[in-house]
Write a protein that binds this ligand. Structure first.
Ligand code: HEC
Length: 238
């Protein structure tokens, strides 16, 4: 069902994760509640106090699709692996939900913004910032920036690796099985060995592994070559 949705989106040219654009609704509304809340508190402005409350309502409504698309992307891109950043994001999302419910209660039928409401809005802002930080860490944590690539004088692109591999293999390591560093992997011996491994990965003893398989729909041969070049030319050297 989930894979069907990603395939349908790819058909119309959308090949990115779905969660990031949706998060902006919740995050934007939490920021709005904070800003309107502060002004309403300082100026004792009743209309703006309502606006802050309405932002909280929208943030709450948007939280459900935000979490849902996050869970979908997590299954699709990371095969549901319990990465540290994922655990943090889930815990913080639960915290945010509880906080928003409290903020909703505090603003319901209230004419003004009190200090305790300001505190709730501020906490909301802190939580969405932290969730955003872990989201960024998940996607960009293992990234080598283009400047470094330029200095190394290699014509390779980090993009595909960052998208598909770096969450579990930041900088060529291995977050889940630290003793199996990607940059030391025997499958890197040549491109064909590498390609057949990522098309249907197995653990060292031949059993199933959490390493997701990358079908040609997920990662074309050309993209796989880009990933391979990047690992061999950049990560193996660093
Ligand atoms: C969800 C996490 C995850 C993602 C994403 C991921 N891997 Fe892995 N990878 C693993 C784990 C876990 C292992 C260890 C496999 C095992 O032996 O159980 C592994 C092992 C490997 C190995 C073999 C290492 C060895 O020493 O046996 C290679 C090569 C590899 N990954 C390449 C890639 C490439 C290339 C990508 C991106 C296209 C990628 N991986 C994406 C988790 C991941």
């Amino acid at each position: 069902m989930i894979e069907f949705l990603y395939k349908a989106l790819a058909k119309v040219g959308y090949t990115h994760p779905i969660h990031p654009p949706v998060t902006h609704i919740t995050v934007g509304m939490v920021i709005g509640a904070f800003l309107f809340g502060i002004v309403a508190w300082k100026l004792r402005h009743q209309a703006l106090a309502k606006t802050a409350h309405h932002c909280i309502i929208l943030a709450l409504l948007a939280l459900l699709p935000t979490v849902f698309t996050g869970l979908m992307d997590w299954q699709h891109y990371y095969s549901g692996s319990w990465l540290f950043a994922i655990k943090m994001k889930l815990a913080l999302a639960v915290l945010l939900f509880i906080l928003l419910v409290f903020a909703f209660g505090a603003g319901y039928k209230a004419e003004t913004v009190t200090k305790s409401r300001v505190i709730l809005y501020t906490l909301g802002l802190i939580i969405v910032t932290a969730i955003g930080y872990f989201g960024g860490d998940l996607v960009h944590g293992g990234r080598t920036d283009d400047k470094k690539l330029e200095m190394l004088g290699v014509e390779v692109k980090a993009e595909q690796f960052t998208k598909s591999c770096s969450a579990c293999h930041p900088n060529g390591g291995n977050n889940i099985k630290p003793h199996l560093q990607l940059k030391d992997a025997p499958q890197l011996v040549n491109f064909q060995t590498f390609l057949s491994y990522i098309r249907s990965p197995k653990a060292r003893d031949g059993s199933a592994t959490v390493m997701p398989s990358f079908s040609p729909e997920k990662l074309s041969d050309r993209q796989a070559r880009e990933v391979y070049q990047y690992i061999v030319k950049v990560l193996k050297k660093s």
